[in-house]
Write a protein that binds this ligand. Sequence first.
Ligand code: AHQ
Length: 241
Amino acid sequence: MTNETTPWTKEEFEQKLRDKSRFYHRNHEFHVLMNEGKLDEEAVRGWVANRFYYQVAIPVKDAAIMSNCWDREVRRHWIQRIIDHDGNEEDSGGIEAWLELGDSVGLPREDLLTHKHLLPGVKFAIDAYINFAKQQPWQVAASSSLTELFAPTIHKDRIDNWPDKYPWIDQSKGYRYFTKRLTEARRDVERGLEITLDYYKTREQQEMMLNVLQFKLDVLWTMCDCMWMAYIEKKPPYHNC
Ligand code: AHQ
């Protein structure tokens, strides 16, 4: 007989996390329009430019997690996330791949690297994620990456839809990031889930983890809200000032 204080089994806990998939930003109308091919060129470029700040923030976030983690075994694995984005001698990395995506939609590298098109609300949401990782115990920050439980589908959406819906995008170099992320996300989720299912023991801690995941879902959803105002409503901040 389980009650409100009995901890969930690992299977039950994992299912509670997966039950939050309906709040994933794949369901935000901005991504719905994207997958239907209904974004204009400005909106696609705006999304690529704003997401670039998220991409360069990820290794900073992961380094913050590692700076709080004294477990060598965890760090030996977690460091791969930084390399996946920053690259190394063998692989130019995800940030370089995103710059190629920028190129393929007609955004100069300089525009991305200087964050010329970055919306204030997108920056605030992403900075909240970085600060969360700096301030929380490393296990809590690590578990907030588990929105990636739902990420493989969203990368597949782009790979499947963009070539037909956005023929103006140079396909020869635009999609390397998404294909690269398909395998990396699956590997990251395995490690993130292992840490999460082990760390949160009591029912109260498990319930707290659901709120941690909701916080990260809110970060991603808010980013889309800001881009909706700017690129769908055509009402960026101060548009009427
Ligand atoms: O490209 C993405 C990525 O590298 C990561 C790392 C992970 C994290 O540590 O929070 N989350 C994440 C995500 C990436 N892409 C997003 C997308 O929609 O393309 C999804 C995002 C996530 O699900 O958190």
